[in-house]
Design a protein around this ligand. Structure first.
Ligand code: SAH
Length: 231
């Protein structure tokens, strides 16, 4: 028993240490580069919040890798849109914040809009953390059902069926306010909307097929992304 516990704590601590180290290196490098490129304080907030997102997700990613996959549903369109969201939501903003590239696509925003972008990160990060915790071992980055998959219908999943996507949507809205640039800030929002338009119906169909009536009943009592809206 004690051996099991110590092995588990080693498994759990390794990703946390790795995430913290990679995140810290990334943050320090990007902060130094952003000072050099003259990026505003909104970019610094975006960088810090991106590292926090990474720290929330990585332990779940590493832990859930060992859970066997029973069903996998992903096609080329869904994968392309996923890559597009990763590009516009992480890679392009990192390049912009570090180098100032794409400055021709800058747009002007009042100071309160940047402050609103920073404030939006609070509910976004909370929801991102809670949805990972409530989905637990059922979480996967792609459209997959694990061996022994169970329905998550408690916590934030009692209110909406896609709280994690709602959290990411809030974060990308915040990105457009924190990084006032058409390419590195705002482009991620339409890319994510396109991904959701493809992914949500497929994910829900997969859940109905694998979890059956339990998911149908659950879906009848919840909305998709926002409580009481669109369902
Ligand atoms: N769409 C959800 C989950 C995103 S993670 C959200 O936004 O919060 C994607 C994986 O979660 C899917 O592959 C699916 O297997 C799983 N999933 C989605 N909803 C679920 C639920 N209510 N219960 C259990 N697993 C779920």
């Amino acid at each position: 028993m004690s051996e099991m516990i110590s092995r588990r704590s080693v498994m759990m601590s390794a990703p946390v240490v790795m995430t913290t180290m990679v995140g810290t290196v990334l943050l320090v490098a990007a902060l130094a580069m952003s000072a050099w490129s003259g990026a505003g304080w909104g970019s610094v907030v975006w960088l810090v919040c991106s590292v926090v997102q990474l720290a929330i997700r990585t332990p779940h990613l590493v832990r859930n890798r060992s859970n066997l996959i029973a069903v996998r549903r992903a096609d080329r369109l869904e994968r392309c849109l996923f890559v597009l969201v990763s590009l516009t939501g992480l890679v392009l903003p990192l390049i912009y914040v570090s180098t100032g590239l794409f400055a021709a696509a800058d747009y002007a925003l009042p100071g309160w809009a940047t402050a609103a972008g920073a404030a939006l990160q609070i509910p976004s990060l909370w929801l991102f953390w809670r949805s990972h915790a409530d989905l637990g071992r059922n979480w996967s980055p792609g459209l997959e059902v694990r061996e022994g998959h169970t329905l998550a219908s408690r916590g934030v999943y009692a209110r909406v069926r896609h709280p994690m996507y709602a959290a990411i949507g809030l974060s990308l809205l915040s990105q457009a306010l924190l990084i006032p640039n058409g390419i590195a800030g705002a482009l991620a929002l339409p890319a994510f909307a396109a991904l959701l338009a493809v992914r949500i119906p497929r994910e829900e169909a997969m859940m109905r097929e694998t979890l059956g009536d339990a998911y149908v009943t659950y879906a009848a009592c919840t909305r998709r992304l926002v409580p009481r809206v669109w369902g």
